[in-house]
Design a protein around this ligand. Structure first.
Ligand code: 2F8
Ligand code: CA
Length: 312
């Protein structure tokens, strides 16, 4: 008995070879904090809308292997993926999507897998692997043969569990506030805000958050990739987003607003160019690839805040 769930882009998955019960889902983008009713919204018929991610989801009860489920999703008109699950609210929503098709809430594939490297779990749509809801003793890589992940919803309590397949990655839970993502190297938390603000307004917005955040600094290529993934969790279209780098004080002398040393650089081709002699603030994703561009500070775009996690 296998079931597939698709959303505008994700699936419930198991190992990459043989399918058991499967589900798929797809997604688009944005955010919020409640439980969500199943509504079609702007989605196609038979799909359900999840406003926080501006994404559409659908459960498919066909039995497919995980990779076949992903390929099925890819070939849908909107080109989706097997679904990622990024929060408990999202988890509840997906449970309801499955339940809308099959009240028994069967096992279904999701997009999580460690096919590339044992124990290194990633979401097939590039979502940040932060939220976790492993069932007890999972992942266990039973028979050294489990690289894909299923989700299951108990009929008893409507709670969801993700079962798997692999060695426990042993990573600590995300110690950041809800909706923030942890970068262990810097013991810092990051969040992308899609509300468009000028650079200085964005920095002040970060400052007024409960943890006194700043616009994010970037110290390495892996850190840059991490920040790109943080943005992706809200908007996978690679929107431009302010980071804390600027040369407001002196043209050509770049500084991070939180005092981080300006050592790592990831400028886009031909940047920074102080285009029109009026570009003193820096964003990522000018070329939709995570590289940096200097741009006018009064330009209104989304931004990434970060705060240091103090452990005392
Ligand atoms: O809008 C400002 C932006 O304009 C161009 O990109 C579309 C410039 N690129 C080149 O001149 C190659 C950016 O540098 C500039 O920030
Ligand atoms: Ca520029």
């Amino acid at each position: 008995m296998l079931l597939l769930l698709f959303l505008l882009l994700s699936t419930l998955a198991n190992s990459d070879g043989e399918g058991t019960n499967n589900s798929l889902v797809l997604k688009r983008t944005q955010r919020d904090l409640q439980n969500y009713r199943l509504v079609r919204g702007p989605c196609d018929e038979n799909w359900f809308y999840f406003p926080p991610l501006n994404s559409c989801y659908r459960f498919f009860s066909d039995k497919r292997a995980w990779m076949a489920a992903e390929e099925f999703c890819n070939q849908l008109p909107h080109s989706g993926h097997v679904a990622s699950v990024i929060s408990s609210i999202h988890d509840n929503f997906i449970s309801d999507v499955v339940g809308a098709v099959d009240e028994s809430k069967p096992w279904a594939w999701i997009g999580l897998n460690d096919r590339s490297q044992e124990g290194n779990f990633t979401w097939i749509d590039g979502s940040l692997y932060s939220y976790r809801n492993w069932a007890q003793n999972e992942p266990n890589d039973r028979g050294h043969n489990e690289d894909c992940v299923t989700i299951h919803y108990s009929r008893m309590n409507n709670s969801s569990e993700v079962e798997e397949t692999q060695q426990d990655p042993g990573k600590p839970d995300n110690p950041c506030d809800k909706n923030w993502f942890y970068f262990p190297t810097l013991k810092s938390c990051y969040r992308y805000f899609c509300n468009s603000r000028a650079w200085q307004d964005a920095e002040e917005f970060c400052n007024h958050l409960p943890h006194y955040a700043h616009l994010a600094s970037v110290i390495s290529s892996s850190h840059n990739r991490f920040i790109s993934r943080v943005i992706d969790t809200v908007n996978s279209n690679k929107p431009e987003a302010w980071i804390g780098l600027n040369d407001i004080c002196k043209e050509g002398t770049y500084m991070w607003i939180d005092g981080t040393d300006y050592a790592y650089r990831n400028w886009g081709k031909g940047e920074p160019n102080d285009y029109g002699h009026q570009e003193d603030c820096v964003n990522v994703n000018h070329f939709r690839d995570g590289t940096w561009n200097d741009a006018p500070c009064n330009k209104k775009i989304g931004f990434v805040c970060s705060y240091l996690l103090y452990s005392n």
